[in-house]
Design a protein around this ligand. Structure first.
Ligand SMILES: Nc1nc2c(c(=O)[nH]1)N[C@H]1C(S)=C(S)[C@@H](COP(=O)(O)O)O[C@H]1N2
Ligand SMILES: [Mo]
Length: 373
């Protein structure tokens, strides 16, 4: 039996146990392909350890042979490129922390329930990525004046059969407008937290698009196509798109891009019971391409709000840790946190259905029971 067949033969429960074993507390949202949600309560540091970093895969992890691997750059370029891994590693490298949130993070909080993986708070993390800037490759290839977008293509492939179905087997891919493709925060990473990328996270090469939702961070990249027209691929039209109101309120579909501002409470967790003693509410907040200006906390279900303390220094395109000193009184308490970005934009109280099942940042209370003694 080939390895893949052997894996398929494992009953679901065993597969679940196996996936759990390599990273404690992780919820298996889907076992094949692996979609893994670590408990957000375990996020305690600015950098998320790789084994505590969520995994979002649409298809089986592709087998990429490192010896024969090449990255092709083609399309509207003066010089098409074909680079081996060694050649990529020899290019000027950058290392930067970037936060990645899945556009479906928090989907379990949608009412009525939405189709798709039922992520709670854990489909977000911050890692330190090392790789080459996409602009470095674009400069080498020499993009034509007529270029408008850069399409990143993953080696993984499959057919989506539920409606809207894909046109047969398709690669996972995504286009990035030229301005963002050339930005300093758009990198092709071969290392995550100082170690070579793992298979699950896109080895040997994956994109990270600073400030944008995870779907643009194409993993297992083998092809980059510079395009002279806007690309309307499956993963930015039928999937990962939202409605935008324009032209007198007419809804028009657009691909998801920048993350919405969001603060999440890591501790206490949903449904926890805690003693009536002074304690520290803690969490993370992020605001896509700009800074987190402030985080506010409510311990009374949103009636009153107080300022939380932002910790450490702001890092571009990254979340910020925050905390809030609290003296809980006995009873059932609804905790809320909200993030304001540097433009004063904050989180909505109500869910906007135009966002379909993505970009979920409306306020969701964390209910906690405070014991009387
Ligand atoms: N090739 C490929 N890239 C992909 C995906 C995928 O299924 N295939 N999933 C995307 C989505 S939706 C997210 S949220 C991120 C998740 O990255 P991670 O699994 O390293 O956390 O990868 C993105 N890149
Ligand atoms: Mo995602």
């Amino acid at each position: 039996m080939r390895r893949r067949d052997a894996l398929k033969a494992i009953p679901l429960a065993a597969a679940t146990l196996r996936a759990r074993a390599d990273s404690p507390g992780v919820t298996v949202r889907m076992s094949e392909p692996p979609n893994l949600e670590p408990p957000f309560a375990e996020q305690k540091t600015f950098l998320t350890p790789t084994e505590q970093f969520y995994v979002r895969n649409h298809f089986a992890t592709p087998t990429v042979d490192l010896k024969t691997y090449t990255l092709e750059v083609s399309g509207a370029v003066a010089t098409p490129l074909k680079l081996t891994l060694a050649e990529l590693l020899a290019l000027p490298a950058v290392t930067m922390p970037l936060t990645l949130e899945c556009a479906g993070n928090g989907r379990v909080f949608l009412t009525p329930p939405a189709r798709g993986l039922q992520w709670q708070l854990g489909a977000v993390g911050t890692a330190e990525w090392t790789g080459v800037r996409l602009s470095t490759l674009l400069d080498r290839a020499g993009i034509k004046k007529s270029a408008v977008e850069v399409i990143l293509v993953g080696a993984d492939k499959g057919a989506i059969t539920s409606d809207p179905a894909s046109p047969g087997a398709v690669h996972f891919d995504r286009s990035i407008p030229l301005l963002k493709a050339r930005a300093v925060e758009t990198i092709l990473a071969y290392k995550m937290n100082g170690e070579p990328l793992t298979d699950k996270h896109g080895a040997p090469l994956r994109a990270v698009i600073g400030g944008w939702y995870g779907m643009a961070a194409v993993k297992w990249i083998t092809r980059i196509i510079v395009s002279e027209t806007a690309y309307d691929g499956f993963w930015q039209t039928f999937d990962y798109s939202v409605f935008e109101r324009r032209d007198g309120g007419l809804p028009t579909l657009k691909p998801l891009t920048a993350m919405e501002p969001k603060a999440q409470i890591a501790w206490p967790a949903f449904g926890e019971t805690i003693p009536p003693k002074p304690c520290t509410i803690r969490g993370m907040a992020w605001a896509s391409e700009i800074e987190v200006a402030k985080v506010e906390v409510s311990v009374d279900g949103g009636a009153t709000w107080s300022m939380a303390k932002l910790l450490g220094e702001p890092k571009p395109f990254c979340w910020r840790l925050w905390n809030f000193e609290w003296q809980p009184k006995p009873g059932l308490v609804k905790l809320l946190a909200r993030c304001y970005d540097a433009n004063g934009k904050t989180q909505p109280e109500k869910r906007d259905p135009d966002r379909r099942s993505y970009a979920i940042n409306h306020l969701v209370p964390v209910e906690v029971t405070v014991r009387s003694t």
